[in-house]
Design a protein. Structure first.
Ligand code: SF4
Ligand code: SF4
Length: 487
């Protein structure tokens, strides 16, 4: 048992960043908070509230880890964590000669945390201070958590009327200088897609979380799938480079959200977190480091003087620098094809130059962006290529196949877009086959086939979502691939 889940194990932590507050008269005495508190901090009080119930009271404050489970579990919003924002940081803005107060997220330590909440905490740790979304399962908990915590950190939460407005809102907030995020699921992404293209064209840093479910259309609202993988690459019209990261655990919901913000600032584009309903809704150990230990990429503001600055003039890294609204720079931005000044330019030459740069700024940095997790690939006859939750579903099948004497390795795509073409091509020359399980009827397998050519067999194992791929199906595909059969 982990010490944080066992109230008898003494833990040392710094003074809590706040306190647990009970609104006694709101309580209906269900005891959920008492039962679910992993540290036995709460007990039922002897007194009655105005409704005649015994509300909980904090009996063992020293044991509290500020995990927030009581706050989330209470059906009547009768218990909450009150944060002391004592860690105010003052950031100097040299050009404006103005000090900005910033409140970093106070949460740190080990927690038993839901994936969606870990994603929200990752965003807060990365400095996200604007969140705009329309609630949709299985992503709603991200919005719920942001609505509670962002105001405490002097951030802004807006529940927009729909997803079209949500994505427009986060692009605007980012343009105004705030790190911003939205979270949704398949149908919401479909609505956002035009403005995602706008974000790509205007080169706006932002993070878009897709907690995928079974689709198409409304599909399986409260269930799971990986049905939108191609949407993250080709969802909006036109050519542009795209970055999509696939978490497989609650910890990665935190870590990869921080990374998504870093990529979005470094390469100036909206970055996707492609989670799914299982990872979003599972609850596991999550370690949140102190903010000062996180490597955060901040916005690249220009040092050029106003008369030399052009908003879309890119240096050798192909990424233009920002100027902040109100700093005295003249700039223009538009979804129309534009020149380096940001002014519309309908010429073929301008269009070629701009769209090629949007694609190449990601292609040129693919080695920096692509993260792969490889195990036993060097001597493998068969490699299982997976991403997100399917990597966890594949693990027992790989173990069974190994026991049968098959040399099988695994390659997990932490970064799915840009696609790791080079590595897949290399490996395809050495193995007899790839097996690609995914919770859709064959999306990433098409990319694997494209990169492998005729070098080896490629077997896709599709599942439409709402259930899980059976271990025996993966074992069977591995066995067949080991014998060189194409599925
Ligand atoms: S914050 Fe967590 S540890 Fe503290 S009282 Fe609530 S559930 Fe218990
Ligand atoms: S979960 Fe909420 S309503 Fe239930 S006992 Fe705790 S404070 Fe009261």
């Amino acid at each position: 048992m982990q010490p944080y889940g066992n109230p008898k194990v003494k833990i040392k932590h710094k003074k809590l960043p706040g306190r647990v507050v009970v609104i006694a008269d709101r309580c209906k005495g269900c005891d959920y908070c008492i039962d679910y508190c992993p540290r036995d901090v709460l007990v039922r009080s002897e007194g009655f509230n105005t409704k005649g119930y015994h509300p909980p009271k904090v009996a063992n404050e020293d044991a509290c880890t500020f995990c927030g489970l009581c706050e989330r579990i209470c059906p009547d919003f009768a218990i909450y964590l009150e944060h002391e924002n004592t860690q105010r940081i003052t950031i100097q803005e040299p050009r404006r000669k103005q000090n900005i107060e910033f409140f970093p997220s106070p949460l740190r330590g080990e927690f038993f945390m839901q994936g969606d909440i870990a994603c929200a905490e990752g965003a807060l740790a990365a400095g996200c201070r604007f969140f705009g979304a329309y609630p949709i399962t299985p992503a709603s908990e991200i919005a719920e958590h942001m609505s509670v915590v962002l105001p405490r950190l002097k951030g802004v939460f807006i529940q927009f009327e729909d997803e079209i407005a949500s994505i427009a809102g986060i692009l605007g907030a980012s343009w105004a200088g705030r790190k911003s995020m939205t979270a949704t699921s398949g149908p919401g992404i479909s609505l956002m897609n035009e403005n995602i293209g706008l974000g790509m064209m205007m080169e706006v840093p932002a993070v878009i979380v897709n907690v995928q479910r079974g689709s198409p259309s409304t599909g399986l609202p409260t269930s799971w799938g990986q049905s939108d993988m191609m949407q993250a690459r080709w969802g909006s019209h036109g050519d542009y480079g795209s970055i999509a990261l696939c978490p497989k655990s609650c910890q990665e919901m935190f870590d990869l959200t921080v990374m998504a913000f870093n990529y979005s600032e470094k390469y100036r584009l909206p970055v996707f977190i492609m989670s799914d309903g299982i990872v979003g809704h599972m609850t596991e150990k999550v370690v949140i480091p102190p903010v000062e230990k996180l490597k955060l990429v901040e916005r690249k503001y220009t040092r050029k003087t106003a008369d030399k600055y052009k908003p879309y003039e890119a240096g050798p890294d192909l990424v233009p620098e920002f100027a902040k609204a109100g700093d005295g720079y003249r700039y223009h931005t538009t979804g129309l094809t534009h020149d380096e000044r940001g002014y519309p330019d309908m010429s073929e030459e301008a269009h070629q130059k701009l769209v090629n740069r949007l694609v190449n700024k990601i292609k040129a940095h693919a080695d920096d962006i692509i993260i792969l997790e490889e195990k036993d690939t060097e001597k493998a006859d068969v490699i299982v290529i997976s991403y997100g939750i399917t990597s966890r579903l594949s693990a027992p099948a790989i173990a069974i196949a190994k026991k049968k004497g098959i040399k099988v390795g695994s390659l997990r795509l932490v970064t799915v877009w840009p696609f790791p073409e080079k590595r897949i091509r290399e490996l395809s020359k050495r193995v007899s086959g790839f097996v690609v399980p995914e919770m859709n009827l064959g999306q990433i397998v098409l990319e694997v086939e494209r990169c492998s050519g005729k070098n080896c067999t490629v077997a896709g194992i599709g599942h439409a979502g709402g259930g899980i791929i059976r271990t025996e199906d993966i074992v069977k595909a591995i066995t067949e691939a080991a014998h060189g059969k194409k599925k």
